[in-house]
Design a binder for this molecule. Sequence first.
Ligand SMILES: NC(=O)c1ccc[n+]([C@@H]2O[C@H](COP(=O)([O-])OP(=O)(O)OC[C@H]3O[C@@H](n4cnc5c(N)ncnc54)[C@H](O)[C@@H]3O)[C@@H](O)[C@H]2O)c1
Ligand SMILES: [Zn+2]
Length: 296
Amino acid sequence: MTALETQGIAVTKIVIPAGEVNKNIESVQALWYGFLDASLERGSTVLALGGGVVGDLSGFAASTFMRGITWINVPTTLLAMVDASLGGKTGVDLPRGKNLVGAFYPPAFVLVDPNVLLTLPEVEIRTGMAEVIKHGIIGDPGLLEMCAGYRGEGELDKLITRAMAVKIRIIETDPYDKGERAALNLGHTVGHALELVSEYRLRHGEAVAIGMVVETRLAERLGLAEQGLSLHIASILAGINLPVDIPADLDRAAIRRAMGVDKKKSQGRICFSLPASLSRVLIGIDVPDDVLDAEI
Ligand SMILES: NC(=O)c1ccc[n+]([C@@H]2O[C@H](COP(=O)([O-])OP(=O)(O)OC[C@H]3O[C@@H](n4cnc5c(N)ncnc54)[C@H](O)[C@@H]3O)[C@@H](O)[C@H]2O)c1
Ligand SMILES: [Zn+2]
């Protein structure tokens, strides 16, 4: 703030309470009123400094305030750096589900400084690594190997740059999520169901880690992926202390039901994004029930 003020830029700070429970329209309304109190005009700029929750909320508030004002995203979590800050999706949750209201509204730019991760709790780093590994599987085998040798936070800079590059490549090909961008959903069809059924005891990154392994096993069963791919992915995730198996106490039928309410559906069937090999994800795959029965 001081740096901006010394450049003669007037700055007003608006703080929003942390946590996914606050990613709602009430928080957006608080931001709109905050913008009015700060006398923002059409030419003003919103700078979102925080994790994915702050980015999604601030971007959505900026997209609608005075029919859209400029915003800049400065992500401060690993997940927000490699994933949430890229691709222009903004929005809020509704009581009936996550991210149900929003807009494509890209920031003017995204500024990433890995030094801010020094204060981020270890669990947030570990769970953010699940998305870094996902990007390695989707589009950068070299990144995946770097994750296999990951020994601690000192090595994050290079991982972040390469993980961002994979997402940027995909969103440039499919900015409005009409096709190829579905590859980014790898691990998330099963992952979202696990988050829900575990009542969020499993964190997003942990659920996605398990989801990636289970979905790769589905691909192996369908003959779409080479045998052994799931073991390879599981060993890299386990090396970072991420879980790779569905916890025994989670009700399998409930998981299957929860997968059925996934947003990524077409004509009532769930569309999976499954890895065929490293750097090749098949999208829109309909997995027969008996194959699902065998894995979940
Ligand atoms: N827009 C997209 O394309 C997209 C993609 C993926 C995820 N998301 C969204 O992102 C959200 C998750 O983001 P997240 O994982 O960043 O969680 P988050 O924003 O809730 O942040 C996690 C916690 O870390 C704290 N924090 C943030 N930066 C910190 C720092 N540098 N030091 C110490 N603490 C810090 C936050 O206050 C919070 O308590 C979800 O709402 C998800 O839907 C959006
Ligand atoms: Zn995710």
